[in-house]
Design a protein around this ligand. Structure first.
Ligand SMILES: *[C@@H]1O[C@H](CO)[C@@H](O)[C@H](O)[C@H]1NC(C)=O
Ligand SMILES: *[C@@H]1O[C@H](CO)[C@@H](O)[C@H](O)[C@H]1NC(C)=O
Length: 297
């Protein structure tokens, strides 16, 4: 089977405080990252294909660099700051992320990291397949060195406890995991299906399934598969959206949905930051056609 590993899920969700803005297209977003898989391979995988009729297939989605880690930086910070490795880094307090934009408007978030040994764990790996390179939150000092924030960087095992307690942060960012190739089927049936059936979880919720990067580093377009699931897309399920998206679209979709500020980076770099079109239609965001993507590898 396919995936080398199932990577990082971050649930970027927003649970809502009294003064927080109301999302125009969804109330929660849960983003799941899988690891290194070329578009063609993902698109032909029977497990993934079995989900196609339940959601929207994004067939023009792109990673922004290599290897894994800088793609995760990009997905929460709007840039990868020329990092080109999977080593441990601490990005200073001058580097804001989407967390700052969410909190500024009273939205909540939590990241559920698969196999993470403990809350706010800063080590680079563990014996249970946790890797820091798939958990961008812990690399930003504005999160890792702020105890109040870092308590939201949690092992994925906390997700069920949160749901049982009726808590679903507005954006959540899913578990990081590295699971070998036989796991995906188990993961889909054991993890994703119960979430989608859980009324606390699937309550005007957008689930984004994507990959950190293409496996073929010679693919200049870094083409990966994306999917939208959850009841936020129930009226447009079994459709394909061919708009050009990148990891920066994750941030611009979040900021557009809730009318948040921006990071002033590639999250506002129009060619790279198209907003998922069903959201753009509700927020008035103008997407641009991209016929010749810039090199993204
Ligand atoms: C990052 O900061 C932590 C303290 O929070 C420290 O233990 C670690 O060595 C630092 N890592 C790097 C790569 O600077
Ligand atoms: C769904 O969300 C609405 C509005 O935020 C809330 O009132 C309701 O309790 C939620 N339902 C569940 C099952 O959590």
């Amino acid at each position: 089977m396919l995936f080398k590993k199932l990577a990082s899920l971050a649930l970027l969700a927003a649970a809502v405080t009294a003064q927080a803005p109301k999302g125009k297209a969804f109330d929660h977003i849960f983003i799941v990252f899988l690891e290194n898989t070329d578009y063609d391979l993902a698109n032909s995988d029977p497990n993934l294909r079995s989900l196609f009729s339940s959601g929207v297939v994004l067939n023009n989605f792109h990673g922004v660099c290599h290897p894994s880690q800088p793609n995760y930086f990009a997905a929460i910070a709007g840039d990868y700051f020329d990092y080109d490795d999977d080593s441990s880094h601490n990005l200073s307090t001058s580097y804001k992320t989407v967390v700052d934009l969410l909190e500024a408007e009273g939205l909540t978030w939590r990241t559920y990291q698969e196999n993470m040994p403990s809350v706010c764990y800063t080590g680079s790996s563990s014996r249970s397949l946790y890797y820091r390179k798939h958990n961008p939150f812990i690399s930003f000092d504005l999160i890792s060195k702020d105890a109040n924030r870092c308590k939201n960087v949690v092992p994925s095992t906390q997700l069920q406890a949160d749901l049982d307690a009726g808590y679903l942060p507005t954006p959540s960012i899913p578990p990081t995991s590295k699971t070998m190739v036989t796991i995906p089927l188990k993961w889909f049936s054991g993890f994703l299906a119960p979430l989608l059936a859980n009324p606390t979880f699937n309550n005007n919720t957008l689930v984004v399934l994507t990959f950190d990067e293409a496996d073929d580093y010679t693919d200049e377009t870094n083409h990966i598969l994306g999917m939208l699931l959850g009841d936020a897309v129930k009226d447009i399920k079994n459709t394909v959206d061919s708009t050009f998206y990148t990891h920066y679209s994750l941030i611009s979709t979040v900021t557009s949905n809730w009318g948040l500020g921006n990071l002033g980076r590639n999250d506002i770099n129009k060619p790279l930051s198209n907003v998922f079109s069903f959201v753009a239609a509700l927020t008035g965001y103008q997407n641009v056609d991209v016929t010749n993507p810039p090199p993204l590898n």
